[in-house]
Ligand binder design. Structure first.
Ligand SMILES: O=C(CO)[C@H](O)[C@H](O)COP(=O)(O)O
Length: 291
């Protein structure tokens, strides 16, 4: 089939290649002309035959919103927009309504696989009407990993991004657990080769996983991670997971703690620990460290 793909960065560029390898035609648009096959969204739309499918793979928020707004003006009834970025699931319903008013279908799709997706395939979680999903299915089949699993029609519009959001929440907590275990192992004198402990865990253990494999890769590149600063950004999905947990009164202590650990990583000094030190000093005369 023929697909228009908007956004050809780290994810979109490799996805274009994987879909092409499966024998489909992909016409890509990116603001960076060096990456693009066409040089505007209108040129992209004009080069596709109706009914068109346009996959949007741009950063969540303003960039996705303006792309959907523009496509709503350019596309025709019967066409379909797929949002494959990491959009907040609550945006999906708005986008679906905006497009539906013009007769354009909408499917949201959470995509996982990172820079390894080109070779290994991308895990896909999508939401939307059955008929829209059926039209996009050849692209899902091209992108998904080989084998039985790796793709799911999770439910109605928004369900794909909601599933991906929870996936990322789990990702936060799993990474935090490996990171905490690694720090403790590094701290004690009795364990002399932490990297080999991690490597040994890759087979036979309860905690083997792809994230563990990637941790071993990272330790092979830099055994004690000395070249890195202990600073971790976040792109929003962890926050949205915690917000959804609050909305639904579901306790998420591990995921919430892993999100807050990232916030703590961005502080050179901890204002709250200053207050704790001051209070211990006030009530108990406990020693404080001064600058
Ligand atoms: O979706 C992903 C992995 O599954 C992306 O890599 C995402 O950016 C990771 O989230 P964060 O930037 O908040 O760590």
């Amino acid at each position: 089939m023929e697909l228009g793909l908007v956004g050809l960065g780290k994810m979109g560029g490799n996805m274009r290649e994987r879909i092409r390898r499966a024998g489909h035609t992909v016409i890509g648009y990116d603001r960076n002309p060096d990456l693009a096959d066409v040089h505007s969204l209108s040129e992209l739309v004009d080069s596709l035959q109706a009914p068109r499918v346009v996959w949007v793979m741009v950063p969540a928020g303003a960039a996705t919103q303006s792309t959907v707004d523009e496509l709503a003006e350019l596309l025709s009834p019967g066409d379909i927009v797929v949002d494959g970025g990491n959009s907040r699931w609550t945006d999906d319903e708005k986008h679906a309504e905006e497009l539906k008013a013009k007769g354009i279908g909408f499917v949201d799709c959470g995509v996982s696989g990172g820079v390894w997706g080109l070779e290994n395939g991308y895990a896909l979680m999508y939401g939307g009407d059955k008929e829209h999903v059926a039209t996009v299915q050849p692209v899902f089949d091209a992108l998904k990993p080989e084998g039985e699993f790796g793709a799911v029609h999770a439910g109605k519009v928004g369900a794909g991004h909601f599933a991906k959001m929870v996936h990322n929440g789990i990702e936060y907590a799993m990474m935090q657990a490996y990171a905490e275990g690694w720090e403790l192992l590094e701290k004690v004198d009795s364990v002399t080769d932490v990297r080999e402990v991690f490597r040994s865990w890759q087979e036979g253990t309860v905690i083997r996983s792809w994230l563990l494999d990637l941790a071993v890769n990272a330790l092979d590149e830099d055994e004690h991670l000395e070249q890195l600063r202990g600073f971790a950004q976040d792109s929003g999905e962890g926050r949205w997971t915690v917000e959804a947990a609050i909305d639904n009164a579901v306790p998420l202590p591990a995921i919430t703690a892993s999100l807050f650990a990232r916030f703590a990583s961005r502080q050179d000094d901890s204002p709250q620990m200053k207050m704790i030190a001051a209070l211990r000093n006030q009530f108990g005369g406990h020693a404080v460290e001064k600058k």
